[in-house]
Design a protein around this ligand. Structure first.
Ligand code: NAI
Length: 467
């Protein structure tokens, strides 16, 4: 294979993006001039301004190094040329790299890791700010030869540690191939594109499993949801409003759902995305039926459901009353279970449907004062895993996204000192934005993600809590 598969066409800077007004004040302060010098001398966190998705911007700036000597690595490198990337198969010293893809799809023993992994290590210093590392390996199932399972599982430790070593907004994430997937499967290409792009700005140290080769590549990568109809609950504000906007940007028609009390902001969001508004309390017994009826009458179809509506009623367990416990369980999980039964039973929802449920890192790691909330969010993860097989007959999928610390009205209410600590406790040393969660939802809603089913994708900047 040629050393340089195509010469670079990009002329964009490989440095960090300019500070923007949406970053928190501290991040803006330490991103330039005196603030940067001061933080550096005092050893304070130096969060980078993250590169986020912009329509028309290049997928990645700078060469993409594909490490690995398997046929799968060759096939992937060739396929990436379709994306107009400057693909390299060998590192050239002192070349700023946009991304490194480490393909380890034929690992049979941990001793085989040394060469390719250290080779990536040697290139890390050349990785541009906001650069990307993506590993592609196979799942370490229990029925494998122990040496093969050991090698495959070792990738877990490598990826998660490497992500913690990267700086300047760079991230590392992994794609795990199931038995039915190969390195150029639609699901792999979709996941790779997500990880390489600014859409995954706040996803770090995470793995996505592409179980099968199913799924379709979109006709246009910047409108992967064209022709699809999506219902988003809790869409009047916060993360739900961002999801509605992002799904619309990606081509979907949006049904914005929220409680009648939020009617005004709900209508504003629906207008903004040229969608329709549905005032509905999702805990109503007929909530699923009402969403289906609205979708049938106003849009003629329903393809995507995003269970985003959620509430917190925090209290230490010793002081927990029934009202707090029951309301959180009712909104955050029971309503979803009930609605999913209706959706699955309806022919309107049988054309490659997608369900994406918003969980939380609290449901993975637990959180003081949140037994009710963590129970409901862990329950979402259990529900998603067990609903996956029910989606398969329709070519559908269901997944969860688990946000960490996201800058919303909810987290603004946390007292300053606690908030400041919580926000820095991840590899990117900052909170995420509602749009970051929305990007993960949109990615999972796309046709290319069909092979990703029953999983949880954390959007937490590699939060130090939990797994
Ligand atoms: P938010 O409180 O700003 O918005 C939630 C929306 O859901 C509101 O518009 C509300 O009216 C609606 N809603 C509540 N109960 C409803 C019901 N019974 N029927 C219909 N709509 C209802 O919350 P935020 O921060 O935007 O959170 C959205 C989701 O993300 C929630 O599921 C939350 O648990 C989850 N999450 C948020 C994190 C954060 O840092 N903000 C972190 C982890 C998860």
């Amino acid at each position: 294979m040629a050393k340089n598969m195509r010469s670079a066409a990009g002329t964009h800077s490989t440095g960090p993006s300019r500070p923007d007004r949406q970053s928190d004040k501290y991040t803006r302060f330490v991103s330039a001039g005196l603030g940067r010098d001061l933080a550096s001398r005092l050893g304070l966190p130096q969060p980078a301004i993250l590169r986020r998705y912009e329509s028309g911007a290049p997928l990645i700036t700078g060469p993409v190094l594909v490490e690995g000597s398997s046929a799968g690595a060759d096939a992937l490198a060739t396929r990436l040329l379709d994306w107009d990337l400057d693909v390299r198969r060998h590192a050239a010293p002192k070349t700023r790299l946009g991304a490194i893809i480490l393909v380890l799809d034929e690992l049979a023993d941990p001793s085989e890791l040394s060469g390719p992994v250290r080779s990536v290590g040697a290139s890390l210093r050349d990785l541009a700010a906001n650069g990307r590392v993506v590993t592609i390996s196979r799942s370490a199932s229990a029925d494998l030869d122990p040496a093969a399972a050991a090698g495959r599982k070792a990738v877990d430790g490598i990826l998660r540690s490497m992500a913690k070593e990267l700086r300047h907004g760079a991230t590392a994430n992994g794609i795990i191939l199931g038995a039915g997937a190969h390195t150029t499967a639609a699901g792999v290409m979709g996941a790779l594109r997500f990880f390489l792009s600014g859409r995954s700005a706040f996803v770090d140290g995470q793995f996505l499993t592409v179980a099968t080769g199913s799924g379709e590549l979109p006709q246009a990568w910047d409108r992967p949801l064209a022709g699809r109809v999506a219902a988003v609950t809790g869409a009047a504000r916060g993360i739900g409003a961002a999801i509605a906007r992002t799904l619309h940007r990606d081509g979907a028609d949006v049904i914005a759902v929220d409680v009648p009390a939020a009617g005004e902001p709900l209508a504003a969001v629906a207008n903004d995305v040229r969608g329709t508004a549905l005032q509905l309390d999702i805990t109503a017994d007929d909530a699923g039926e009402r969403i289906l009826a609205h979708a049938r009458q106003r849009h003629g179809r329903l393809d995507i459901v995003v269970h985003n509506a959620g509430i917190t009623r925090d209290k230490l367990l010793a002081n927990m009353d029934a009202a707090r416990w029951d309301s959180v369980i009712a909104v955050n999980i029971s309503a979803q279970l009930r609605m999913n039964r209706d959706f699955l039973a309806s022919e309107l929802f049988h054309d490659h449907p997608r369900i994406i449920s918003v969980a939380s890192t609290s449901g993975i790691a637990g959180n003081r004062g949140q037994t009710n909330y963590a129970a409901s969010k862990a329950a979402v993860i259990g529900m998603v895993a067990a609903t996956a097989r029910l989606m398969e007959p329709f070519g559908g999928s269901i997944n969860a996204v688990a946000p960490g610390f996201i800058e919303t009205g909810m987290t603004q209410k946390i007292p300053f000192a606690t908030r400041e600590v919580a926000r820095r406790l991840n590899s990117l040393q900052q909170g995420g934005r509602p749009e970051d969660v929305a990007e993960a939802v949109a990615f999972l809603a796309a046709g290319s993600s069909a092979g990703i089913n029953g999983t949880v994708l954390r959007v937490c900047g590699q939060n130090m809590v939990g797994q």
